[in-house]
Design a protein around this ligand. Structure first.
Ligand SMILES: Cc1ncc(COP(=O)(O)O)c(C=O)c1O
Length: 365
């Protein structure tokens, strides 16, 4: 395990002598945007671009939002005169949000504690430790780990200034995710900006969706957002049916990062409103489709992503029918951006297992 030096990282401040007034740098970096229209196995209805969010240091788009939450919280603390030595980041995600919190804490040189359920993947545990986070294994679910974390925070020394990182439900997280759209508008160039007609992203708790929506408003982009979730984790589907924020009893998807038992109020509101020139639609795929997409993406682009990301990618590979069904109005010249959200929960070994699982499921049929 690499240890981290907890002295303030003055490089991350725009001006080390007046850091109480200046904004901090963000921990995320710019990711690439590439056109893949002619690389796909089946002809899509329009031009397709991949926004490669797996390129972030923590492995997923989560670094934009969680990084922003940590950044703004440190800026607020500093403006109140709280020294960096008192600040401590806390998270309870055994997935990409936890990694983003730990990476952000390392970036700003503040300590981090992550409580994760005992079932969390060993690869995540070791990455968290590599980022210098203190890792506590507790409980059988995220909820149990989160409860334990909250107890740690409430009984912590009064001197500690805690930054609690929810994985998706915080406006600072959505603001951070919205930078994805800012970047795309810069990358696509002025001539093509009006051709951006929509986005596709997977839906877990709704943080990514809220950020995309806000980014579209901010950049005056009108068009569609196609949300995809797995039938095994139908959080938004059930929320829309109930027209209320509900908690699902059991969410058990192979797309583990999408398995959230509830979504944000903001996501339900955004989904329902038809103003701003943004129209959201939602479709469900089977877990096996998400695995198929991870396999196809590996063959196509030689990159390993987890099923949460395969869920969005499936519309380019094995479930291209969903594009024709939900976005049939798009023209050949229109641009659709797929958020390749990334994720560190899958290894190449896992991909081999996915191939076997897919084969077995096809034999059963
Ligand atoms: C790789 C990946 N994709 C998608 C999501 C879903 O994001 P959200 O919970 O913001 O909807 C997550 C959430 O952890 C994730 O890790």
């Amino acid at each position: 395990m690499s240890s981290i030096n907890l002295q303030p990282n003055l490089d991350t401040y725009s001006n080390s002598e007046s850091f109480t007034r200046k904004k901090l740098k963000s921990p995320h970096t710019k990711t690439s945007l590439i056109e893949v229209t002619n690389k796909l196995p089946i002809k899509p209805p329009c031009r397709i671009f991949f926004k490669n969010e797996m390129e972030h240091s923590s492995g997923s788009f989560k670094l934009r939002g969680i990084g922003n939450l940590v950044k703004v919280s440190i800026e607020n603390a500093r403006s109140k005169g709280i020294p960096l030595e008192r600040i401590h980041v806390f998270a309870s995600s055994g997935g990409n949000a936890g990694l983003a919190a730990a990476y952000s804490a390392k970036f700003y040189k503040v300590p981090c504690t992550v409580v994760i359920p005992t079932i969390a993947k060993p690869i995540i545990q070791s990455k968290l430790k590599d980022y210098g986070a203190k890792v506590i294994l507790f409980g059988n679910s995220i909820n149990e780990a989160d409860q334990y974390l909250r107890n740690i925070i409430s009984s912590a020394d009064q001197d500690i200034y805690p930054i609690y990182c929810h994985p998706f439900d915080n406006p600072e997280i959505w603001e951070g995710h919205s930078s994805l759209v800012d970047e795309i508008t810069q990358q696509i160039g002025e001539n093509d900006i009006n051709k951006i007609k929509g986005f596709v992203c997977s839906f877990g708790g709704g943080g990514l969706y809220n950020g995309l929506y806000q980014g579209m408003i901010k950049n005056n982009i009108k068009g569609d957002i196609l949300l995809v979730e797995t039938a095994q984790a139908p959080t938004l589907t059930e929320t829309i049916k109930a027209n209320n924020i509900i908690t699902l009893n059991k969410v058990n998807s192979l797309a583990t990062s999408l398995a959230c038992s509830y979504t944000t109020k903001q996501s339900l509101q955004y989904y329902k409103i038809k103003t701003n020139g943004i129209k959201s639609s939602l479709d469900l795929i089977d877990d096996m489709d998400a695995l198929r997409a991870c396999i196809a993406y590996k063959k196509c682009c030689n990159k390993t992503v987890e099923p949460a990301c395969g869920t969005a990618l499936s519309v380019c590979y094995n479930r291209i029918d969903l594009l024709y069904k939900n976005l049939s109005h798009l023209k050949e010249d229109d641009i659709l951006v797929i958020v390749v959200c990334g994720g560190s929960c899958t290894t190449d070994e896992d991909l081999k297992q996915f191939e076997q699982m897919v084969r077995k499921s096809e034999i059963k049929l």
